[in-house]
Design a protein around this ligand. Structure first.
Ligand SMILES: [Zn+2]
Length: 118
């Protein structure tokens, strides 16, 4: 598997709204954004996570972590870099069947670790 990750090709296929739905988040519209409780942090109530569809980004206030759709999966699922690949791949299998290797490569490259720095 090539180490190169084509983010430009991946991102349009996985919207952050789809990601939130797949994760079972109860995201509710709030202006141009969505707000949801965080099943990982269990703090901050129903507005713990803010999702900005226009930017494809999220930020979890109690968790002090943010990023894109993939990082949202890593945060909510509490995935380590070792088990992230398999979980993320299965979660997105329906909508990214042509990008399984891309997603696996994404997690192999320790992107899940980078969110720890936020
Ligand atoms: Zn959180």
């Amino acid at each position: 598997m090539a180490g190169y990750v084509d983010f430009a090709a991946l991102k349009p296929r996985v919207s952050i709204e789809q990601t939130a739905t797949l994760l079972g988040l109860n995201a509710q519209p709030a202006g141009q954004q969505l707000r949801s409780s965080c099943p990982k942090c269990l703090e901050g109530g129903k507005r713990a996570i803010v999702i900005t569809p226009e930017e494809g980004s999220f930020y979890c206030f109690p968790g002090k972590k943010g990023g894109d759709a993939i990082e949202l999966v890593c945060h909510v699922k509490g995935l380590s870099q070792k088990d992230a690949a398999g979980n993320v791949v299965s979660l997105f299998a329906d909508i990214t069947s042509q990008n399984l290797e891309t997603l696996a490569a994404l997690c192999d490259q320790k992107r899940c670790d980078t969110i720890e720095l936020f």
